[in-house]
Write a protein that binds this ligand. Sequence first.
Ligand SMILES: O=C(O)CCC(=O)C(=O)O
Length: 258
Amino acid sequence: MAKTINIKEISSTIERELPTNGVVRVSGLVNDEFVERLRQQCLSSIEIESQKMGTADYDGFGRLLFAPVYGGAFLELLELDFIADLAKTYMGSEPILYTMTTSCVAPNQSNYTAKIHRDNNIRPAGCVRLLVMQILLDDFNEENGSPMFLKGSHRKETEPSNKRFDAEAQMITGKKGDVIFFDPWIWHRSTKNQSNQWRSCVLLGFVHPWMKQRFDVKPMLEATDLSGCSDKVLGVLGLKNTPPKSWSEFYSNNKPIY
Ligand SMILES: O=C(O)CCC(=O)C(=O)O
């Protein structure tokens, strides 16, 4: 699974592109074997979630609610050095997952992310850095639902009109194993998958450790085997970041000082 990655070089690419453009794609960060395992796990987990829903006919079809629940490759992904290292360097803290989801678009379909949106509204006056990583698990091309981004729009408060978005947004295509890094405030959308194959990706959104995560991760992962997870992964999941529950826990020698 190991791949030689120049974290310093990618960090400077992100540093150069994100504050100005809000988005950049970096090639070949995840190898083919691992991409395929992730992809298979996405598709089998989507099947489980649509069975729970009792239908595949819902807006979020193809988007796992919280991918780490399914363990396996989703947890292994968090072991990859570039994930924690790049988030940490760019955000300047020990980031934790806001969420990890998928955006797998079924053949000839689209999902709700095809509407122009940004990923959150929690950046107070634009003064903290947040980061999203979109890991491509298929080649993304002009036909199969590649996302469109309005570069620089994360620096503006206002929502662009559909007209402006359609005129100025750029589609980002790429190869499986590439990663699109973006500021969650950038206005963007996916497009319709007009091919006969799934178009799959995993998305990881990071927040600072003093911010709220999308889910209460500990109970969410109650039934997930975390025994193989390193401290780094437990940290990224936010499980080492919980506030003290009691007077004695705060003063316990076995607990970090918060
Ligand atoms: O599926 C995509 O390409 C885009 C996903 C997206 O826009 C999102 O998760 O916010």
